[in-house]
Design a protein around this ligand. Structure first.
Ligand code: FAD
Length: 616
């Protein structure tokens, strides 16, 4: 983390506060237009700003207690930085700030601690066993953080999911001083800013380039970043598909920001022909040795004692039965398993597996050793078959299996699974060979209508119309596999982390069910069509929130287009009374309510409900 200045002055005594019986009697004012706040503190008024330039320090700049004139975390006030803010405060509160009797009592460059992603650092450090962190925490979160970290240390799990703040989440580059400072420099003025949910960091990029990076740039890729990797969100070279498929644009600037109708067009091209995806950001790690089976068996909910060549999609649970992750594991040998998980969460998963590793197994991080290329769509087999002599028929290469095949001069590990719900494979090759494989598939795909697709399809449209859940959106520590519609028919006999909790959960009636909702009418009161982006409340017609018996409110855990059905889709946990197909509810978006219908209660996909395509 990096020490960052937040300037604040305290003016007073304020005559109108003289009658106050408490330290804070007046509401705190957040002046969002100028990134400032004003708040009463006894007889004084504190004026704080996030509008000044980013002023970063190094940890070494912080003096010792003996050396510090004030507190070590209070640096001398740099008045010039604050002068423009004083003008704004004067304009907002002339009565107080312009009063000649009200003087500056106190002015500081106080330090706050910023991380590369703005979230705290909680939990056990991945580097040192038994060393715990509760840092980069604001006062307002202090009590809850104290409780969570204490529970985590004593019981092994906090009662509130704090995975986004887990100190083990960082990839190597995110721990460097330069990256931390660049991201903090960029993020500081946004502390009070209105930040779009898909907003991208612009600093310190590109950092991690996939082997196909230059190809993507040449094809007009709109690059989004995850875990340092540059990933195409969509390809501007596919702009012509928008008209061909008649995709609608989003009229509202907020709804259309960081989005393109090209995503929906790429999706439809994949469903009609085939799509190729760069999935280099996956985190991969191998678990090997005599204890490898025991290691994965202990962490995975699903049965891992499967034949070599099987791919298992499995939830990973905490002792109390909340989601720690969901990922796939390939059995590559009697004593060799490869775990494939998302880049954003990969390092936390790595720690979790490492923490549960028996002495006779090793874990090897393979993330930068292999790249992954996705090839999916009804023509995927035709394309792949045209470049290999291996038998790719459904009989020879069924869904849920993996094997090494020769494609040209390359040995490619092909895994027949799909997060977009279509026929095809994830293809793994050494990083340095990725571009060659991509280009061979691209050439082979041309007569079949192959389209390069971005993560907009992979992460949103493709998965949502298939009802696939995402860790961090639908799946977290606050919901269970039963509520998520992911409970196994039978719990495996072998012990695994969370087993007792799962048996308990499966014996009790679910108090919420993850549902797929479709938006019935997008029209706002101004006549503009609006498209929810996720995290909006699901409410009754009069605006009453929907709350389950555990006190959890219903909201859209994810939102996005289902281009195949022409609907805008929301996923949301609903209590049993509301989790009824055909039920009409509302989603609240920018203070207005839009009608929605429960299209699916449970995990049945909205598109291709019988999964015919994926098993073709
Ligand atoms: C001006 C200002 C206003 C803020 N307003 C709010 C607000 O309204 N709401 C909110 O939630 N948060 C606010 N914050 C943020 C909040 O104050 C911090 O996030 C929080 O105090 C961090 O807590 P901490 O215990 O991690 O660190 P600190 O509170 O910074 O505590 C670190 C302590 O370590 C001591 N120390 C440092 N070096 C040494 C050393 N070598 N030896 C011994 N002791 C040492 C320091 O003196 C200090 O007491 C504000 C911050 C600032 C600067």
């Amino acid at each position: 983390l990096t020490p960052t200045v937040h300037q604040m002055i305290d003016v007073g005594p304020v005559p109108r506060f003289a009658r106050s019986s408490r330290a804070i009697e007046f509401p705190i004012v957040r002046d969002m237009d100028v990134l400032m706040y004003e708040r009463q503190d006894g007889l004084g008024l504190e004026i704080g700003s996030y509008a000044h330039r980013s002023i970063l320090h190094d940890p070494e700049d912080i003096p010792s207690i003996e050396q510090a004139a004030l507190s070590p975390t209070e640096f001398p006030f740099t008045k010039d930085d604050f002068d423009p803010q004083m003008e704004d405060a004067l304009e907002l509160m002339p009565e107080i700030v312009g009063d000649e009797r009200v003087g500056v009592k106190y002015a500081i460059n106080g330090l706050i601690a910023l991380t590369p992603d703005g979230m705290p650092l909680l939990g056990e450090t991945p580097e040192v066993k038994g060393l715990w962190s509760a840092a980069a925490v604001w006062v307002k979160e202090g009590p809850a953080v104290g409780r969570c970290v204490a529970e985590w240390m004593v019981h092994g799990e906090p009662s509130i999911d704090v995975a986004q703040s887990d100190i083990s989440r960082f990839h190597a580059h995110q721990k460097t001083r330069q990256h931390t400072k660049r991201r903090a420099f960029e993020a500081f003025p946004k502390t009070y800013g209105i930040v779009h949910p898909a907003e991208q960091y612009l600093s310190d990029r590109p950092l991690r380039k996939s082997p196909m990076h230059e190809w993507h740039v040449a094809h007009g890729a709109e690059l989004f970043e995850v875990a340092g990797w540059e990933r195409p969100q969509w390809f501007n070279s596919n702009a012509g598909l928008v008209e061909r498929y008649g995709v609608q644009t989003r009229p509202n600037e907020w709804d259309a920001r960081w989005w393109s109708p090209i995503i929906n067009a790429e999706h439809l091209a994949m469903r009609e022909h085939a799509g190729i995806f760069d999935l280099s950001a996956f985190a991969l790690f191998d678990i090997a040795g005599p204890g490898a089976l025991a290691a994965v068996q202990r962490v995975a909910l699903r049965q891992m004692d499967v034949p070599v060549g099987r791919v298992v999609y499995t939830p990973v649970l905490s002792q109390v039965g909340g989601f720690k992750s969901d990922l796939t594991i390939m059995r590559l040998g009697e004593q060799l398993f490869r775990v494939v998980t998302g880049g954003a969460h990969g390092m936390s998963d790595l720690k979790w597996f490492r923490d549960h590793l028996p002495a006779d197994a090793v874990l090897v991080d393979q993330t930068t050793a292999f790249t992954t290329i996705g090839l999916w769509g009804p023509r995927a087999r035709d394309i792949a078959q045209s470049v290999t002599r291996a038998d790719l028929s459904n009989e020879a290469f069924p869904f849920g299996t993996c094997r090494t095949v020769e494609i040209g001069s390359q040995l490619v590990l092909a895994s027949r699974i799909s997060y977009v719900g279509d026929l095809g494979w994830e293809l793994y090759v050494p990083m340095e060979q990725g571009l060659r494989l991509w280009e061979e598939l691209w050439t082979a795909g041309e007569p079949h209508g192959l389209t390069a697709c971005g993560i907009g399809v992979y992460g949103t449209t493709g998965r949502l119309e298939k009802g696939y859940r995402a860790y961090g959106a639908e799946l977290d520590g606050d919901y269970t596999i039963v509520e998520a519609g992911m409970a196994p028919a039978k719990v495996k006999a072998q012990d695994f982390v969370g087993r007792e909790a799962v048996l308990r959960q499966m014996a009790e009636p679910a108090v919420a069910t993850l549902c797929t909702l479709t938006v019935d009418d997008h029209t706002s009161s101004s006549g503009e069509r609006r498209y929810m982006l996720g995290r909006q409340p699901i409410v009754l017609g009069d605006g009453t929130p929907i709350t389950d018996t555990k006190g959890r409110r219903s909201y859209a855990t994810s939102a996005g287009a289902s281009p195949s059905t022409g609907k805008h889709v929301l996923l949301a946990y609903l209590p049993p009374d509301h989790a009824v197909e055909g039920n009409h509810l509302f989603v609240e978006y920018f203070t207005e309510r839009y009608p929605v219908t429960v299209a699916v209660a449970g995990s049945r996909p909205l598109f291709d409900p019988d999964n015919v395509r994926i098993r073709a």
